[in-house]
Design a protein around this ligand. Structure first.
Ligand code: V47
Ligand code: SF4
Length: 375
């Protein structure tokens, strides 16, 4: 059992940290300066107790997962993010893969007799796969299995698609929504601040561009997620800046569902000399995100990248969602050095993982409607 917030308040001698603990107890928002202070000064038990308080107030012991599968249309990409172990430039496309619409539909059909609720489509930015191609894909998936929720395309893919099709962000989003796209995943956010973004992902959509695309989706009533790639060359200030831009947009639109911190993995990429963050630092980040992002309903740890044991641990540090029963088509992390080389967990595995730490496993759909309580 974790320490209660009252015990933490009693035992904290540092006045500014004590004040933050009082704020969280009273459900008062903390400032950016206070968030930075937590990164700089607060130890894991302190932020853990506060985050757990917030988590249990919001969700009790409920821990969500969903049944989904991924389609990765291609790993050929016009961009060259330094941390990416997954993409291949078009000039080396023979080393990569490119799926036709029929091949992707065949993947969808392999799940015909399975109780899957979501397909997650995300991949590299292929110069020849354009908006018309993806509209056709979405329409065909929809026609084949209308109840399947189509969550797809990072703002990076969308930005490229819209620019190539010469449509505005608003017009492009509307066309995809009309074709059957229902929500957006949170990828491509990395670190918004240009000081870092220009170094690690300088040639793709800017932080403002990413936020713009999510805002346009929210304005159409679509829900989206947000990620942050952390634990590389960014400083605490950049994390605070990133989360504050998300909190601000969420105040405006309320369209984000889940914040997903993504731990930088350093294998097979151009940043292999950058050490990975420690597990203590990972858990501190989850906890601080839960404390700071008071308008985000959910905090997700993505087990294929963090590893299942660490994802389980994160359930004590603010996390209330551990994604889904992804099958082994997800290559983005195994290629970057995650311990999950073939990321697949059955529903039973996920339920056991959650129950082992005395939380309540709930299957959800993409929009967090509860499907089944497994407790
Ligand atoms: O944007 C790439 C990250 C993201 C590495 O919304 C890396 O439900 C760590 O966003 N080390 C794509 N991370 C995946 C993504 C996602 C995943 C699961 C669920 C959802 C959701 C979204 O993967 C990229 C990038 O930030 N990534 N390379 C790496 N070496
Ligand atoms: Fe391309 Fe995405 Fe990899 Fe960047 S992270 S190189 S945009 S596949």
């Amino acid at each position: 059992m974790s320490t209660s917030i009252d015990t933490i308040i009693d035992f904290t001698t540092d006045a500014s940290l004590k004040n933050i603990a009082h704020k969280i107890k009273n459900a008062t928002r903390i400032t950016n300066e206070e968030c930075l202070l937590l990164f700089e000064k607060a130890d894991l038990p302190f932020v853990g107790a506060l985050a757990n308080h917030v988590r249990e107030k919001l969700h009790g012991n409920k821990t969500y997962f969903n049944r989904n599968f991924h389609i990765e249309p291609t790993n050929v990409c016009v961009f060259s993010c330094k941390f990416c172990a997954y993409s291949r430039l078009y000039a080396h496309k023979e080393e990569g893969w490119e799926l036709s619409i029929d091949q992707m539909l065949d993947i969808v059909k392999t799940y015909d007799d399975k109780p899957i609720t979501e397909v997650h489509i995300v991949g590299g930015v292929h110069p020849k796969m354009n908006m018309a191609y993806f509209i056709e894909l979405i329409q065909k998936i929809h026609a084949h299995r209308p109840a399947l929720h189509v969550k797809g395309f990072t703002a990076v893919e969308l930005d490229y698609m819209f620019r190539k099709a010469k449509v505005s962000v608003e017009e492009g989003m509307l066309q995809l929504k009309n074709a059957g796209l229902q929500s957006l995943p949170g990828g491509g956010a990395e670190i918004f601040h240009p000081e870092i973004r220009n170094i690690i992902a300088g040639d793709k959509v800017t932080g403002d561009g990413w936020l713009n695309i999510h805002e346009a989706a929210h304005n159409l009533g679509m829900h989206t997620n947000a990620t942050m790639l952390y634990g590389h060359i960014e400083k605490y200030e950049h994390r605070v800046d990133h989360m504050s831009r998300l909190r601000e947009l969420q105040d405006k639109t309320k369209g984000f569902q889940t914040f997903i911190p993504l731990k930088f993995r350093n294998m097979n990429n151009d940043m292999s000399d950058v050490p990975e963050s420690t597990i203590t630092e990972d858990m501190r980040l989850y906890a601080i995100a839960r404390i700071y992002l008071d308008n985000f309903p959910h905090l997700k740890s993505y087990w294929p990248m963090l590893g299942r044991q660490n994802a389980q641990l994160s359930l004590s540090f603010g996390v209330n969602d551990i994604d889904g029963t992804i099958d082994d088509s997800t290559k983005i992390y195994s290629m970057a050095g995650s311990e999950e080389q073939t990321p697949a967990m059955s529903t039973e595995d996920l339920v056991t993982l959650i129950k082992q730490v005395k939380r309540q496993p709930i299957e959800r759909d993409t929009l967090y409607n509860e499907i089944k309580d497994f407790s």
